[in-house]
Design a binder for this molecule. Structure first.
Ligand code: PA5
Length: 436
């Protein structure tokens, strides 16, 4: 196991008996999930995806990624929500932060996840003299944000390299049969990848939605899937809370929610985890926040946020619990030098790595927040490898599916997301939308 869950700092709030009391329900819900009898059962394609994904599909993604890597020095991944965050989380997690988004391959840029003119104008400036490829990703094929961004970027690319060459540089990831993007891709003759019908956006990181941009960034998607598969096997084998950490995590957060700890704050100590937290917020928020129920998922990045949100975490309203997402083994470390004059008084740390100091910051924070009345748990990732990342993605998917079932909601739909769209379309005078 490449992940380890520690719930010691939750024990003053959640007893072993309370956990044991939930076991029968967890087992029942596990069986519902596995037998496909539960809520949202037409969206369970992710459940055994890591072990079922076909070799031919992996090869096709790798070949497309290779072709993009050899043709282009920038890939723009165009998508929003579940069609965007998984890839960004993985790429940020694996690649060095200060050496351009793509490390040794093309730089990876993102579009279609906002409607800011400034953002797209800046992006158009940045890519002006680069060889650009586009991967437009939308399951419905009709989402406004990526559709608008794609229209603008497609035109720019066609003007830069001509219509024929642009066609060779565009890959569409969308539904197998329907949607405007599917029609457009067929009409233009773009290479396409399919988002399976039975997998919702936020559970799609291990489909071509995530796999293609991740592979373009030079990350080994076979290793990522291997990690996913390991977590899938572990979570399928046993529903017992002492054997299934994903379910233990779900059970603990459920019991805390029942005690009016209504906000879960994911706290990370590595900038590499910034978009993992964003991906997790979407997964949990969109899966659980319905029927006036559900934990509010928030995130902080320490230690910087200890100097802003740290005050609130220590002494604010006691409606929160904290989930620390940690990395046991960094890729690289930097040690603190010895100075003869010791004018800054830091010689007591000389020879120590930053990771050592960071670890003490975590331990000090966890103890302080517990003392301040904030239960906290930690999920430690063994390292920053694709295998560990694959395990983590699946761990959270499984845990959130069970959490939704524990709450009694369908964790695989998102009816609330439609409401703003109706208003926006009316304000934009989109044909076919009437005034309310
Ligand atoms: O998780 C989800 O289903 C959503 O976040 C979608 O991924 C998001 O709205 C984008 O939808 P689409 O891929 O259809 O453009």
């Amino acid at each position: 196991n490449r992940l380890s869950l520690n719930i010691d700092n939750v024990k003053p709030f959640v007893s072993a008996d309370a956990l044991q009391g939930l076991q029968a329900e967890v087992t029942r819900l596990h069986n519902l999930l596995e037998s496909g009898q539960g809520l949202g059962n037409d969206y369970l394609g992710w459940l055994h995806l890591p072990s079922k994904i076909e070799a031919a599909e992996i090869q096709a993604v790798e070949a497309a990624a290779q072709s993009i890597r050899s043709q282009c020095d920038a890939l723009i991944s165009i998508g929003i929500g579940g069609s965007y965050l998984g890839a960004r989380a993985a790429i940020t997690f694996c690649n060095p932060l200060l050496r351009g988004a793509g490390g040794n391959g093309p730089d990876i840029y993102y579009a279609g996840h906002n409607l800011s003119g400034d953002y797209l104008a800046d992006l158009l400036d940045v890519i002006r003299n680069k060889r650009v490829c586009l991967n437009v990703i939308s399951k419905s094929g009709t989402t406004t944000e990526p559709a608008v961004a794609f229209r603008i970027l497609k035109e720019a690319l066609e003007q830069q390299v001509g219509v024929e060459e642009a066609r060779r540089r565009i890959v569409a990831t969308t539904d197998e049969k329907q949607g405007a993007l599917k029609q457009l891709a067929d009409a233009e003759g773009y290479q396409t990848f399919v988002i399976p019908d039975d997998i919702g956006g936020r559970y799609s990181v291990l489909t071509p939605v995530g796999l293609l941009p991740i592979a373009v960034a030079g990350i080994d998607i076979r290793k990522l899937l291997q990690g996913g598969q390991e977590a899938e096997h572990a979570a399928t084998q046993s529903a017992r809370l002492d054997e299934n950490p994903a379910y233990l995590y779900a059970a603990v957060r459920h019991l805390l929610y029942k005690q009016d700890k209504t906000t879960e704050v994911m706290a990370c100590f590595h900038p590499a985890l910034q978009y993992v937290a964003e991906w997790w917020k979407q997964l949990t928020g969109e899966s659980e926040g319905k029927e006036q129920r559900g934990l509010f998922p928030a995130s902080v990045e320490y230690t910087t946020d200890l100097h802003s949100m740290g005050q609130w975490m220590q002494e604010g309203q006691r409606t929160i619990f904290e989930t620390f997402l940690l990395v046991a083994q960094s890729n690289r470390d930097v040690s603190i030098p010895q100075f003869a004059d010791d004018l800054d008084g830091l010689n007591y740390l000389a020879g120590k790595g930053l990771d050592y100091v960071n670890d003490k910051a975590y331990r000090g924070t966890a103890a302080a927040h517990l003392e301040g009345g904030v239960p906290n748990l930690s999920l430690t990732l063994q390292d920053r490898t694709p295998e560990t990342l694959g395990q983590m993605f699946y761990f959270f998917e499984r845990a959130v599916a069970l959490s939704g079932y524990l709450l009694g909601v369908n964790p695989f739909d998102q009816p609330g997301v439609e409401f703003y769209k109706k208003n926006m379309f009316q304000l934009l005078n989109k044909p076919g939308t009437e005034k309310r």
